[in-house]
Design a binder for this molecule. Structure first.
Ligand code: PMP
Length: 420
């Protein structure tokens, strides 16, 4: 029924059938019908270079992942109340990539579910409620997570900060202020929570590179110290690796490790199933045991055999194709090229990132203008950050040097045309 319809008709029908708070990319939305590797194809057969989908981590329609998923789906898909070996072999492999103190894993279906569960665990383990969160952070779409996401509650449509939430200033790697200035803000959050309820915070939650905040790389060692402060105050440290995990940043599997941080809980999602909804919470034995207070944790879909087979295939692709080292190499090359280009354009305020997680901060509406320009030239990008001024580059990890050159050619052309 939908096939003969072009983008205009689909958009019209969508506005009748679906909620108006769903957004669509571009003023001229695309109808994408197929994907392969780092490429997407629209209904006319036009090929686009995908520079922004960090979910299809090991490439769109990755054959190994698709085969593993289909094979398991043809045999069995049930919940975790039956015994199955796939969940155990995958848990073993996944935990082997994490620090030794994280020994237990729970499977869920989205980053939001993972963070929601992490908050429940932290509150359960501490008997406390308050949460310290980094400014401009986004941690998920549930009521509880909107409450701890300044990116949502402090922007249009939001209802502001709730009393149990304390915002720590978002540090920037190239910030003029020394790291202590930002740690002081964490200390203030701890004190504010003691003031409020006589106790410290239940947790601090943070990404190692702020995604929605605009690809902001934290200064070296910040997260280690911030987490330690919260832990000393009796709180739990939660590393949100939903965007930056699974090798995205090119330095290792988990980006909190580069920060030297020792979280008690790590949440992961997005790339874990290459688009299949699988996510997880890894934690310590102590926190997991405290969470088992008599109430069952049940998740209808989390950890099912199809999700586990899919996630295993993703992990195998990351390992066998050495995608982490690849992200480091291609990402560094790309960032160098962007930096060289940026010297010519004062309207490019900053180029930052790690691996294939890069941000280009521009003045005014330039970032958005470049994204539209690139779309017309078959390059897919987007903007983010507090004021949508940061061009985000976070392609599937199979993004090649040639793809980086293709992107650069369009960026150079775009800035030459559009930069004030
Ligand atoms: N945490 C971070 C850092 C995210 O970027 C997101 C999604 N953008 C989430 C959590 C929520 O994940 P999901 O959309 O899978 O619920």
């Amino acid at each position: 029924k939908y096939d003969p319809l072009g983008p205009d008709q689909l958009l019209e029908e969508r506005s009748q059938l679906m909620g108006p708070s769903l957004s669509v990319s571009y003023d001229k939305p695309l109808k994408i019908v197929r994907g392969k590797g780092a490429y997407l194809y629209d209904h006319t057969g036009r090929q686009y270079l995908d520079c922004v989908n960090n979910i299809c981590h090991v490439g769109h329609a990755n054959p190994r992942v698709v085969t593993a998923m289909a094979k398991q789906a043809a045999i069995l898909n049930t919940n975790t109340r039956y015994l199955h070996e796939t969940i155990l072999t995958y848990s073993d492999r996944l935990l082997a990539t994490l620090p030794d103190n994280l020994e237990v894993i729970y499977f869920v279906c989205s980053g939001s579910e993972a963070n929601e569960l992490a908050l429940r665990m932290a509150r359960n383990a501490t008997g406390r409620e308050d949460i310290i969160t980094l400014d401009w952070g986004y941690h998920g779409n549930t009521a509880g997570l909107i409450d701890i996401s300044p990116y949502k509650f402090n922007r249009k449509g939001g209802t502001g900060r709730k009393d149990h939430v304390h915002i720590a200033k978002l540090p920037e790697a190239q910030a003029a202020e020394p790291i202590d200035h930002y740690l002081e803000s964490v200390q203030q959050g701890i004190l504010a929570s003691i003031d409020r309820c006589g106790d410290g915070p239940a947790a601090m939650i943070a990404e190692s590179i702020s995604g929605c905040g605009g690809q902001v790389v934290l200064p070296d060692g910040y997260l280690k110290s911030a987490f330690e402060m919260v832990q000393r105050a009796g709180g739990v440290a939660i590393a949100d690796e939903v965007q930056v995990g699974f090798g995205r940043t090119g330095k290792g599997m988990w980006s909190f490790v580069e920060q030297g941080a020792r979280p008690d809980i790590v949440t992961m999602g997005k790339p874990m199933g290459n688009g299949h909804p699988v996510a997880a919470v890894a934690t310590t034995r102590r926190i997991a045991d405290a969470f088992a207070n008599g109430m069952e944790y049940f998740n209808s879909f989390g950890g099912n055999p199809v999700s586990m087979a899919t996630a295993s295939a993703v992990l195998s692709e990351i390992e066998d194709k050495q995608l982490i080292a690849h992200a480091d190499a291609v990402g560094s090359y790309l960032m160098d090229e962007i930096r060289k280009m940026s010297a010519e354009y004062p309207a490019i305020m900053d180029v930052r990132g790690r691996g294939l997680f890069i941000g280009v901060e521009c003045t005014g509406t330039l970032g958005g203008d470049i994204v539209s320009f690139a779309r017309d030239r078959a390059i897919l990008l987007s903007t983010d950050g507090p004021h949508n001024t940061v061009i985000k580059i976070k392609p599937p990890m199979v993004f090649s040097y040639a793809d980086a050159d293709t992107l650069m050619a369009v960026l150079k052309d775009g800035f030459a045309h559009l930069s004030p």
